[in-house]
Design a protein around this ligand. Structure first.
Ligand code: SAM
Length: 320
């Protein structure tokens, strides 16, 4: 992965937004990359989702981390550097920082720049002995790790089942690139949502309070704010359903009427009922995820799940 400074990475992201939106809305099946959910508003809405009754992943993964914290600390060893991908509000990592033996450095990597900087400042205040180095970047495009980070001391923390936003073949490529970038001996602690009853899955993405709907809709509001978009939010609706064959939740924004919307002056025609596909969230079996990671070069040393088999955590080592 090429080295990029935080400021340059942020600028590249801004430039890419317009091109990606024009491209995604020009396709026969309209789609937008889910990474663009996360501006300041989107990150705050995601935090609100994490507190919802229906959204079992956050509380289940958090409980797993609490239960396994001592074991994870033993595996990580003293003086570890934690690199968190898609760190958001850096809440879960506190469980690890509290348990680890003298953690040296914490490197939160996130695309949502303002949210990242604020979360990193709060964390640095609460953990004065830990060097906190926030990196604002798209982790798919690449990011530079601070100098002196040693692979055998590094633990990559990738919680929240964010890996599920990649198609499985892309997840494999991403995990392989991550291992190659970090080097032999690097460790990965990754949270992965599991396949389960459709009703539980669909409720998690269609909460009664409408927070997930607001999160999805914020993408259109962001296009209006940043790209001179003319989306009328009352003429679109949030949709989420589970595709059991593909093993994924799909999120869409459905046009409720025939309409034309402009983005940066360019017109885009929508039929009534036509959707913009905004997110996939793949669900795995424990064995299926481990096999995919093994093909990418990561050997699983531990897998943990809750009593109801809702969510999984995996400790993996890069073998190359
Ligand atoms: C599902 S949230 C998970 C947040 C937190 N880690 C958790 O477990 O609750 C995904 C996070 O990844 C970030 N993110 C999404 N795509 C990204 C990308 N391509 N590069 C860097 N960060 C990304 C988002 O800004 C967001 O904070």
């Amino acid at each position: 992965m090429p080295g990029v400074s935080a400021a340059r990475a942020a600028q590249a992201l801004d430039n890419g937004f317009l091109a990606d939106v024009l491209d995604g809305l020009s396709r026969p099946r309209k789609s937008l990359p889910c990474k663009y959910f996360y501006d300041r508003e989107g990150s705050a809405l995601f935090d609100a989702i994490c507190t919802l009754d229906e959204y079992y992943p956050t509380r289940t993964e958090t409980a797993l981390l609490h239960d396994r914290a001592a074991e994870i600390a033993g595996l990580a060893g003293p003086g570890a550097t934690l690199v968190e991908l898609g760190s958001g509000s850096s809440v879960k990592v506190r469980i690890l920082l509290d348990a680890l033996d003298d953690p040296a450095m914490y490197v939160p990597v996130d695309i949502s720049r303002e949210h990242l900087v604020a979360a990193a400042a709060r964390l640095a205040g609460d953990y004065p002995a830990v060097t906190v180095v926030p990196v604002a970047a798209d982790y798919v495009r690449g990011f530079a790790l601070p100098r002196g980070v040693r692979p055998e001391r590094t633990v990559v923390f990738f919680p929240g089942s964010t890996i599920g936003n990649f198609r499985p073949a892309e997840a494999l490529t991403f995990l392989r690139g991550l291992g190659q970038r970090l080097g032999v001996g690097a460790r990965l602690l990754i949270g992965v949502d599991l396949r389960k009853d459709r009703r539980i899955l669909e409720a998690a993405y269609n909460d009664a309070a409408g927070v997930t709907a607001a999160f999805n809709m914020n993408l259109l509001a962001r296009i209006n704010r940043e790209l001179s978009g003319t989306f009328d939010l009352t003429r679109f609706a949030h949709r989420a359903h589970y595709d059991a064959v593909r093993g994924r939740i799909e999120m869409h924004l459905e046009s409720l009427v025939p309409q034309t919307v402009r983005v940066a002056g360019r017109p885009f025609r929508f039929a009534a009922g036509e959707t913009i596909h905004t997110e996939n969230s793949y669900k795995y079996s424990i064995g299926g995820f481990r096999r995919m990671a093994a093909r990418a070069g990561w050997a699983t040393e531990r897998s943990w799940t809750d009593a109801d088999g809702l969510f999984s955590l995996h400790w993996m080592v890069w073998r190359g």
